[in-house]
Design a protein around this ligand. Structure first.
Ligand SMILES: Cc1cc2nc3c(=O)[nH]c(=O)nc-3n(C[C@H](O)[C@H](O)[C@H](O)COP(=O)(O)OP(=O)(O)OC[C@H]3O[C@@H](n4cnc5c(N)ncnc54)[C@H](O)[C@@H]3O)c2cc1C
Length: 230
């Protein structure tokens, strides 16, 4: 018996949009993320609201206010459960994904799993002479999930992006690993190596603007059929 229909890992723009769109369709969604304090946290503001989805509903030019509104909207969805936990690996059997394992020791079963883990696989932040691999403040970027996916045979390629200096905070570069192009079917977002597993946002598309990453999550959430062939 599954704990929910779909588990979404990571509550950044792409994961939050996917989870919200799935829940609006009445599906039971588990949205699991490293830190509830960084749900829909953008590193730079989106200047004007895009059309459609959660971002349009909760948009604010103030990134903290956007985070607060998005978290509130997600928690208000009856079939969505938002919780803080760190996913270390996937459960699989019968040739498809069946759920996730967490660092805390719990496992959750679902008909589909969406990886929306942003730039957290093999991540390193560089700001001037500082080099850090520990993750965003309060969010440990453990290597477990990345190593687990590599152990399953998934191929990755390196990517990086620069966050410019703002409000006195120095500029920084984040280097990370994203799924190699041949791993993912573009139209469905499905990862070909393990049916039922999907990827959206930076871990799938590489570095793109936040509204594009949000749209990738929303598009998947509007069509994904748990237990389907994708
Ligand atoms: C080492 C390092 C340190 C950093 N420190 C800071 C900092 O102190 N302050 C700051 O503003 N920015 C920091 N950043 C930058 C920040 O992480 C990114 O710039 C950006 O805000 C996150 O965007 P994203 O696309 O990676 O993730 P998003 O798509 O926005 O979010 C992905 C979400 O997935 C969650 N997630 C990832 N892996 C898992 C998992 N296995 N289980 C559960 N949830 C998971 C993450 O917690 C995250 O919330 C740091 C980055 C790195 C690599």
């Amino acid at each position: 018996m599954n704990d929910c229909d779909v588990i979404v890992v990571g509550a950044g723009p792409s994961g939050s949009e996917a989870a919200w769109a799935l829940a609006r369709r009445g599906l039971r969604v588990g949205l699991v993320t490293d830190s509830l304090d960084s749900v829909y946290r953008l590193e730079t503001p989106v200047d004007s609201p895009p059309r459609g989805g959660l971002l349009a509903r909760v948009w604010s030019a103030d990134t903290w206010e956007l985070h607060r509104r998005a978290k509130y909207a997600l928690e208000a969805e009856e079939t969505l459960r938002l919780f803080q936990s760190s996913v270390t690996g996937l459960l699989h059997g019968g040739g498809r994904v069946t759920g996730v394992k967490t660092w805390e020791g719990f496992s959750y079963r679902a008909g589909a799993v969406v990886l929306a883990v942003g730039s957290f696989l093999g991540a390193v932040l560089r700001a001037g002479a500082l080099e850090e691999a520990a993750g965003r403040l309060g969010e440990a970027a453990y290597p477990d999930l990345y190593e687990h996916l590599r152990g399953l045979g998934f191929a990755f390629e390196p990517d990086s992006y620069l966050v410019p200096e703002s409000d006195g905070a120095p500029a920084y570069t984040v280097s990370f690993q994203r799924f190699a192009p041949g791993e993912r079917e573009e139209a469905s977002g499905g990862l070909l190596r393990l049916p039922g597993l999907y990827a959206v946002g930076r871990v799938a598309l590489g570095h793109t603007p936040a509204p594009v990453r949000a749209a990738s999550g929303r598009a998947l959430g509007e069509v994904l059929v748990p237990g389907g062939s994708g």
